[in-house]
Design a protein. Structure first.
Length: 202
């Protein structure tokens, strides 16, 4: 198991190229409570679709690094990080020569939603990325309508910078997103348990 970060009972590890991890992702990405906030309820995944999308990432043939969040040795969610593209740097207003990382995540297991796992998982991964990569800035782009996601990322130390108009196609409609960023020296608020329906943040 390739551990990326750890915080007490929470571990963030790289997703493995095996059936167990692919089945987990297929389970989570066919759950409408997750899809409502992550990829859309009109875009469910089965096992074949999961393998097609995530196998290149797991094998290192993608700029995206996929990870699972474990709580007390049980996989409960997903988080990925990636260097944003040259086109995104231009759109966001960043110099081309700097390394900027992006994050996405969700808690997939129903009974672990709203238990305060997501925030420490994200924070320990962010700490590790700032220590081990050349990036000084990490960004997220939650959809603007998803107020809970915006608040979550604020709790994790991200600050809204600008609205990206019609940035992401979600359930048949192009949605505005907030560009939010955190710098290496940013302060963070203390962790807090999310409400039961705060399933996914993006």
């Amino acid at each position: 198991m390739n551990i990326m970060a750890r915080s007490e009972e929470i571990v963030v590890r790289k997703m493995q190229d095996d059936a167990a991890d692919f089945h987990l992702m297929a389970k989570w990405l066919s759950d409408e409570r997750v899809l409502e906030f992550y990829d859309g309820r009109d875009n469910p995944y089965d096992y074949v679709k999961v393998v097609a999308k995530f196998s290149p990432r797991v094998r290192g043939n993608s700029h995206v690094t996929p990870c699972l969040i474990e709580y007390r040795n049980k996989p409960v969610g997903y988080v990925q990080f990636f260097e944003i593209t040259s086109k995104e740097k231009e759109e966001y207003g960043y110099p081309q020569e700097v390394c900027i990382l992006g994050l996405d995540m969700f808690i997939g297991e129903p009974k672990f939603r709203g238990k305060g796992i997501a925030l420490p998982a994200v924070n320990c991964l962010i700490d590790q990325l700032f220590r081990t990569t050349p990036t000084a800035t990490i960004v997220v782009d939650p959809q603007a309508w998803n107020k809970r996601a915006v608040r979550f990322w604020e709790k994790a130390g991200f600050r809204p910078m600008k609205v990206l108009e019609k940035r992401e196609l979600h359930e048949g409609k192009y949605r505005d997103c907030w560009l939010m960023e955190q710098h290496r020296d940013s302060d963070r608020e203390e962790g807090f348990p999310l409400k039961e329906n705060e399933v996914a943040v993006r």
